[in-house]
Design a protein around this ligand. Structure first.
Ligand code: 5GP
Length: 185
């Protein structure tokens, strides 16, 4: 279904901030860049750590544009706080299946808002002695950032709006939109 028709059947959606075409183009660029950056890193394949659930859609598209060997694992975290503000106190709902000791690890996140969730993940995974630990975030909201973080790969910088689509939800809805749109308050 084309974008305007999709907007019409999903009430509550506002402006489209990142189109499906821009997402596919940028995800391909990130995949190529990651392939180049990690191609000379034997002996173990790059490990992509997807943060459930929001990053699943981004991760599965991104992987198809990475043309070096990769493995994938997942973590699920819940951030305490209000509906729109995370507190930085994070609970692990699902941990990784395997050790990351001595691995090249790339955290794949949907969105960095205050940065507190990612700060926790970097500290937690960093304490498990990976060989390298980097971040690939599809979206970031620089105006909301509370902590400065090394985010090596970023898809798009977006304004301070609550967004849904391409994996991002509001009360579990809208994840299946092929674009990223602001949610009307
Ligand atoms: P942070 O700890 O950086 O403030 O928040 C990160 C998490 O909050 C993200 O992984 C995501 O789950 C959620 N989040 C932050 N901003 C948005 C947004 O605009 N839309 C949606 N759907 N989730 C968001």
């Amino acid at each position: 279904m084309a974008t305007p028709a999709r907007l019409a059947v999903e009430p509550g959606l506002g402006e489209v901030l990142v189109t499906a075409e821009d997402l596919q183009r940028r995800v391909a660029e990130l995949g190529e860049q990651i392939s180049r950056d990690y191609e000379a890193r034997p002996p173990r394949p790059l490990l992509l750590v997807g943060v459930l659930k929001g990053a699943v859609f981004f991760l599965s598209d991104l992987m198809r544009f990475i043309d070096i060997p990769v493995e994938v694992d997942f973590m699920a975290v819940a951030s305490y706080g209000s509906a729109t503000d995370s507190s930085g106190v994070v609970r692990i709902l699902k941990d990784l299946d395997a050790s990351i000791e001595d691995r090249d690890v790339l955290i794949v996140e949907d969105i960095v808002d205050s940065g507190l969730t990612l700060q926790y993940l970097l500290r937690n995974l960093g304490s498990r002695n990976p060989r390298t630990l980097e971040v690939c975030a599809l979206l970031t909201k620089p105006d909301r950032r509370k902590v400065d973080l090394p985010t090596r790969y970023v898809g798009f910088e977006i304004p301070d709006r609550f967004v849904v689509g391409y994996g991002l939800d509001h009360a579990e809805r809208h994840r299946n939109l092929p674009f990223v749109a602001a949610l009307e308050s």
